[in-house]
Design a binder for this molecule. Structure first.
Ligand code: XMP
Length: 514
């Protein structure tokens, strides 16, 4: 794609994705590349600027992650952040040492060089976010110090003639008050990017490129109705129309009416030019899940069965040239980095179908963040309720029904969840919530309805605020709204006599119940 690009060289810092995010907020396209990307490869991309990220290392450690010296003589503007600033100092002949006083968190910073382009329109005294144990003890020859804090003599430095800039603090996090301004100054003023990265141009160029790549080829897409696969499918449909077949597996663990909603948009009476196959295999999944209570086994069964169904359908279609995946940028950046313990065998229902006969995978959203996928979806005219759908786990209601899954329990949780979502929307509390849903506990308890004793299930309501889904806090839903939901569920959903609100944060809880 012919576009201006800024490269983020990833040295393993925790905010690296955020840097890319912030650059794109300046309407400049940005990609994260590994720190050891060969210099030739970087040159080939003709970046307008390079940002070197933070990282956990020390430049003088034996196994320090360094870089090619040539990086600093390419003539491309470079911004080093935190470790990146120390790396710049180290490689250009300055001195890095263990700071006598480490800085973590909010720090007042004084901008000494108010004429610096990086700090244009930034007040001389502002607050920044620091997180470092090493510091630049001496700026390299040719650099001037442009900012300091009470304990950090070189909080920022630059060599205007070589277009090298560095900040010890993190401009990418919101706690650095003028951070976005500084990044804007870097990419738009110093790198001279025009800022023409927009969703409409992404959509247009993607369609064009997909058309060229696919030619007369046949394309297969597993459509889940979630935002990523929906946007991917629509892009493909706009590019190659009926050469695309979407297979939508209705495994009976979707939210109430969801299968019909997906069919209404993508099916024969819908808005797009594509072949749509809805596979109704609800009973097949319920049969497979009968008697199974272990959460991990349930996940595995659902994932594997999903793949089997998809393969069976694909076989009917015959060989295809391309298989579409709704992979998005955070998946790309995180894959391979995620060595943490398996809490749940998460995400991507069971991996790739290995028996589908295809030549190549196409991932049209590979370079987009979630909110960018949503914007592309709107650009493509996909209805709001699909575009802004909250995340829904691959195993669906299977992980929201504690214990054995039965058709009756699915009906209960679907109905309760529908009421909950409806009332939250009516009260206007749904906006901004990370995720909210009803789950069915495996607990039955005694109640009284009319003059009769009941022995029915307890529904649990959950609503969380989260930015990354790795941690989450229980959301404060107004009590009267919860009461209304409780009333309606008890009165309208047969088999429920108790409604509970889950106050647990994550950790120690997880967002889903299983
Ligand atoms: P937890 O429950 O681990 O959920 O706090 C974090 C996020 O991941 C989603 N989730 C899943 N997504 N397959 C998926 O595709 C799964 O098995 C799965 N389990 C949880 C969950 O909805 C939340 O957004």
């Amino acid at each position: 794609m012919e576009k201006e690009m800024v490269i983020v060289l990833d040295y393993g810092g925790q905010y690296n994705q955020l840097i890319a995010r912030r650059v794109r907020e300046c309407n400049v396209y940005c990609e994260v590349k590994p720190y050891n990307s060969p210099i030739e490869e970087i040159k080939k991309l003709s970046p307008k600027g390079i940002i070197i990220t933070g990282g956990p290392n020390s430049v003088y450690a034996e196994d320090a992650l360094l870089c090619d010296k040539e990086l600093f003589t390419m003539g491309v503007p470079i911004l080093g952040i935190c470790y990146g600033s120390q790396l710049m100092a180290h490689m250009c002949g300055g001195k890095v040492a263990t700071a006598p006083v480490s800085e973590y968190g909010h720090t007042e910073v004084t901008i000494d060089a108010t004429d610096s382009e990086l700090f244009a329109e930034v007040p001389a005294s502002t607050s920044c976010w620091m997180s470092h144990t090493d510091y630049i003890a001496e700026a390299p020859a040719g650099f001037r110090v442009t900012a300091h804090t009470p304990v950090c003599p070189v909080a920022a430095m630059e060599d205007q003639s070589r277009k090298l800039y560095a900040t010890q603090f993190h401009p990418e996090v919101v706690h650095t008050k003028d951070g976005q301004k500084m990044l804007f100054n870097f990419v738009r003023k110093i790198c001279g990017c025009k800022g023409d990265w927009r969703m409409d141009s992404f959509v247009e160029t993607s369609i064009q490129q997909l058309r060229e790549k696919i030619g007369n080829g046949k394309v297969l897409c597993a459509l889940s109705g979630g935002v990523d696969s929906s946007v991917a499918a629509v892009l493909l449909s706009k590019a190659v129309g009926k050469q695309l077949t979407c297979v939508f597996v209705d495994h009976g663990l979707l939210r109430k009416n969801e299968g019909d909603e997906v069919e209404a948009v993508f099916g024969p009476n819908g808005s797009y030019d594509l072949n749509f196959i809805r596979v109704n295999v609800q009973q097949r999944f319920y049969d497979k899940l009968a008697g199974v209570t272990d959460p991990e086994r349930k996940r595995k069964i659902i994932g594997e069965e999903f793949i089997r169904v998809f393969e069976e359908e694909a076989k009917k279609i015959g060989a295809v040239d391309y298989l579409v995946q709704g992979t998005i940028y955070p998946d790309v950046v995180e894959s391979g980095l995620d060595k943490s313990a398996t809490i749940k065998s998460h995400h991507n229902v069971g991996g790739l179908p290995d028996c589908v006969d295809f030549k190549e995978i196409v991932e049209p959203l590979r370079m987009l963040f979630k909110d960018e996928v949503r914007r592309a979806g709107l650009e493509l005219g996909i209805p709001d309720y699909l575009v802004f759908r909250q995340p829904f786990p691959g195993p669906g209601l299977g992980v929201r029904i504690v214990g054995e899954v039965t058709e009756e329990k699915v009906r209960i949780v679907q109905d309760a969840d529908y009421i909950y979502r409806e009332e939250l929307a009516k009260a206007g509390c749904d906006k901004g919530l990370g995720q909210y849903f009803a789950a069915l506990t495996n607990m039955r308890s005694v109640g009284v309805m009319g003059d009769f004793r009941t022995y029915d299930y307890a529904v649990a309501l959950r609503a969380v605020n989260t930015t990354d889904f790795m941690t989450a806090d229980c959301a404060e839903i107004p009590f009267e709204v919860l009461q209304k939901v409780m009333n309606r569920i008890i009165n309208e959903v047969k088999g429920v006599n108790r409604v509970l609100y889950d106050l647990t944060s994550k950790p120690p809880g997880t967002i889903e119940f299983e």
